[in-house]
Design a binder for this molecule. Structure first.
Ligand SMILES: NC(=O)c1ccc[n+]([C@@H]2O[C@H](COP(=O)([O-])OP(=O)(O)OC[C@H]3O[C@@H](n4cnc5c(N)ncnc54)[C@H](OP(=O)(O)O)[C@@H]3O)[C@@H](O)[C@H]2O)c1
Length: 306
């Protein structure tokens, strides 16, 4: 375990490390000796901390969800291949499980022309400070697609709104699907309406500060989550969904699973998104013992709006 707070890290048997200071982060790695893998659980400013790992031959598991940062790390593929290190990107729920469901639905329709991903998060869950910051920071991004009304197992029919999760930018490259869109809603319908009603206002830093503070205090709703992937090819349509509780915990479980596989030494060197590694194809099933359920929703349940 590592973080900027030396006392907290020491209490958990870890060390002080700051991914915002790549030179210092490199010295920390050197001081620890032969580090097999680093699990990046916070978004650094750029790909420099990932470079510090890969040039030392240290493996990397990254839960980040920002397109620009994942693209930076993907650009380190030749470096990782040369040093023999493996990096796995798109680890978590979204991106992560969404990428894996998308791949499955894509294969079932024989190569999707369009994929729609829907993410429902529990507004009652205590999301971490960095995850809340990430969500609020991305709220003002111009929507890349219209809203989608779709059925989410256990949550009924929901309207979800375009949100810049990285999966929709990765999958066109890894699957060759030209149109991919990811949309977000919360389990609380009023909070979903309030959140997306504030899209324009969220361009102002003061509004983002207020939203950050509000989301850390308001816990309306439960801790359940759902993700759904719909793949379309002509008249063919295939959908998969996953439901569970506490997406932060499930992100940690996915990261633990990927790290165990990486430490097993059987993953190829280089930088890969999770859906590019066949060993993770059945990962959704392996989460059943942690209360994550795989569903096959009836196709035809989604309608594009607006
Ligand atoms: N892929 C997915 O499905 C998924 C799901 C949930 C979250 N996420 C991503 O996961 C990340 C973490 O979210 P979270 O909710 O766990 O956040 P969090 O509760 O704020 O935790 C962030 C952790 O990183 C440490 N940290 C912060 N800045 C650091 C730095 N510069 N150098 C080293 N350590 C630092 C913090 O400890 P110190 O304060 O001691 O440094 C803390 O332990 C976010 O980027 C979020 O977007 C991804």
């Amino acid at each position: 375990m590592a973080g900027r707070d030396a006392a907290k890290a020491a209490r958990l048997g870890g060390v002080r490390a700051d991914v915002g200071d790549p030179a210092g982060f490199g010295r920390t790695l050197d001081g620890l000796g032969d580090v097999a893998a680093a699990v990046m659980c916070v978004e650094p400013p750029d790909g420099a901390a990932a470079r510090a790992c890969l040039e030392r031959g240290t493996g990397l598991v990254d839960v980040g969800a920002t397109r620009r940062l994942l693209d930076d790390v993907a650009g380190l593929h030749p470096l990782a291949a040369a040093s023999g290190a493996t990096a796995v990107l798109s680890v978590g729920v979204a991106p992560g499980l969404t990428n894996l469901l998308a791949r499955r639905a894509h294969e079932d329709v024989g190569g999707a022309e369009r994929i729609d991903l829907t993410v429902l998060l529990g507004s009652g869950e205590r999301h971490g400070a960095d995850a809340v910051r990430w969500t609020v920071d991305h709220l003002a991004a111009p929507p890349a697609a219209g809203p989608l009304r779709t059925a989410l197992p256990g949550f009924g029919s929901r309207t979800a709104y375009a949100f810049p999760f990285s999966d929709q930018y990765t999958l066109p490259r890894t699957l060759g699907t030209p149109r991919v869109a990811t949309r977000l809603c919360l389990d609380s319908r009023p909070l979903t309406a309030a959140l997306f009603g504030l899209r324009r206002a969220a361009r102002r830093p003061a509004v983002r500060r207020a939203l950050n503070a509000a989301f850390r205090r308001i816990h309306l709703g439960g801790d359940g989550f759902a993700v759904r992937a719909d793949a379309h090819r002509g008249s063919r349509h295939c959908a998969y969904a996953l439901t569970g509780r506490a997406q932060s915990r499930v992100t940690g479980l996915v990261a633990a699973h990927v790290t165990a596989e990486l430490l097993g030494g059987a993953l190829p060197a280089g930088v890969h998104h999770i859906e590019e590694l066949p060993v993770f194809a059945r990962l959704p099933e392996s989460l059943a013992e942690h209360g994550v359920t795989l569903h096959r929703p009836a196709p035809g349940g989604g309608s594009l709006r607006g």
